[in-house]
Design a protein around this ligand. Sequence first.
Ligand SMILES: C[S@@+](CC[C@H](N)C(=O)[O-])C[C@H]1O[C@@H](n2cnc3c(N)ncnc32)[C@H](O)[C@@H]1O
Length: 698
Amino acid sequence: MMKKSSVDKEGIEEDRIEVQLMEEHKEETSSDCDSIVEGLIGCTTTTTTTSCTRKNNEHVLEQGARFSESVLWDMMRRFYADQGVDAWSLGIVPHFITCNAFIARSYAKILQSYLSDLHAKGAVDPSEPVYIVELGVGSGKFSFLLLKALVERMEAMYGDDPPVRFKYVLTDFCETPFAFWRKHPALQRYLNAGLLDFAKFDACQDDAIRLEMCGSVVRNMANPPIVVANYLFDTLPADAYRVKDGVLSHGLLTVKTATVERDRTDPAILNRFSPHWEWDPVSLAGRSERSKDQQDEQAQQQQEQRQNNPESTPDETDSICHEILAWYAAHFGKTDASFLLPTQSLRCLDRLRSLSRTGRLMVLSGDKGQSTTISLRQNGLCDPHIAVHGSFSLMVNYHAIGLWFQAHGGFALHCPLEDASLKVSAFVIETPSPVDSPLDTTSWNCFGEAAPALTRPFAGLRLAFAETVGDFGPDHFFQLQQRELADCAASQDESLVRAVVALLQLSDWDADLVFKYREVLLNNLGVCNVRLLNDLRRGMERAWENYFFLEREKDFAFELGRFYYGLQEYQRALVFYSKSSDLVGKHHVTEHNIGLCHASLGNRQAALDRFDSCLRLNPTYVKASEQRAKLLPRSPCLTPTRRDLIEKERIAKSPQNSRHVRISFDPEVIERAKTPQASTPLSRCSTVRDISRGEELL
Ligand SMILES: C[S@@+](CC[C@H](N)C(=O)[O-])C[C@H]1O[C@@H](n2cnc3c(N)ncnc32)[C@H](O)[C@@H]1O
């Protein structure tokens, strides 16, 4: 979402596009069941068709496909492969909610607590690092923030010699983001310290992690792998189910479009297709109802199926999925309910679990989803809602993932909030159930809560999770920052700055959030006392540390330049203007502002050079011509005459002006106020206070 900036300030041209930072979270509403019933006319077949056929003036792109095998997933994969990092740098995929300093710090606290718990119970082999594998990384912004926060936390806890070493691995299934990560300045120090590596990993099929930097393949790990997955499980193939009148059915999807599609996996189809669902009853016999021989035979068949076709989707015949479905069918009974089974996510977790020698695993994941059966029941009989936003996403059934962990002898910690847009869950398998032990589903419940005995050894993790997700979590933070404190930007108000500072402090000075509130801060600096200004300075430096260059339109270094210019700390302003030029290239406004810094520092020639450079980039930029003229020998004398000064003093002391004190950090206003021809309407009725020197200029 982009909007034109309406303010013409020095440093922000009217024609520069301002990116609205805080995208909406992925919207999620129930689908409209009526419209889907209408769409079913003419669709009765339950076998998948792979060619385009025409029915009732609509073109059937695919008919009666098992959802997890639908052509829609191919479109999704192509979308990410084609877009690469542009999906985030151009704001096509919403990401603030999962890519900010607040959520990163929360995750760091959870992961550090888990590592400390493992260490406390002697469950870490110090000869190997613990691998933290982030799946479906995308831009790398969240990865950087989490890695940074975790390193800071581990250092604060253990100094230079942590008892648990870790390596963070960025992965994605498509090649495109790798080139971006490899050369990203924010990641270099972690690469150099050996704390970071990259691996191409397709969650739908890969079973090995090949580290790009150190060249080794991660397998047979002594320590449990930690998997971080934000907004990934909602993009991996899932299957749709519903329980109606006590009967479990699975959904078969027909995809229709208004025109003939020549390229059937073109991601653009996602914006124009219509889904139509049919429901086929599923017959289930619980594991307990089958003999040991039948179970073994089934396990054997599944293994063969996977070997023959690693990409095939596990279905009701897959042993644990089967048990989960049987449990849901019994649990919902005669009550209508609809849910997704994250089949490919579960299979991916199974493969990652097998990388650990003993089948241990920890997963930390944030997504839109449900973690109780109460919300699944609230769905009633509803078709899956496919939310399209460039690609598409679904609700994640975290409750089912939790049951899968319980089936393996593990436990789940879920976000207790029902209404959260972003649910965070943690899952642990520490003592895996023996493979041939009977599955006991009697402890499974609607909240997916684990038996206390299982979680007791992870008291640190439990507490950290409760504090950082339950008490005040990433979703709370997201909701809070969405309220526009910036609405009050027009008023000059120290308490407004304090409120913004409090929010920024809560966010750990997230750079995107600072960018959002930059105008409020700049416009109000003049009313801040010295202590508040010092807090702001510290915060801005922290925000710069947390900055991950991604969107060219959000020139954060430039904004920090303006901030320091406002404080008349010209050398520091120059540092940031120069970083801005390095990151986004030379811009005429940046050159102009560098010129102003040099002029204020008394570097006349350097200032002239920059104004010239600005005019070369934009010959019509009047402000640079004016500034340049002031510095040239033929320009009017800059020193005010005695008569000017007496006149200024008279105006400043006049009663009406004492009520119109204007405090500005706008370089234009300050510069204009310094000149003798300050008889413009603006400066005649204004006092411009140079706060860092404490002097008042007319
Ligand atoms: C919605 S984005 C989430 C990105 C990031 N985690 C975030 O929170 O902003 C989904 C990511 O998953 C990746 N992805 C999609 N299918 C995948 C698969 N089969 N295996 C691994 N990554 C996949 C995409 O390339 C993309 O980077």
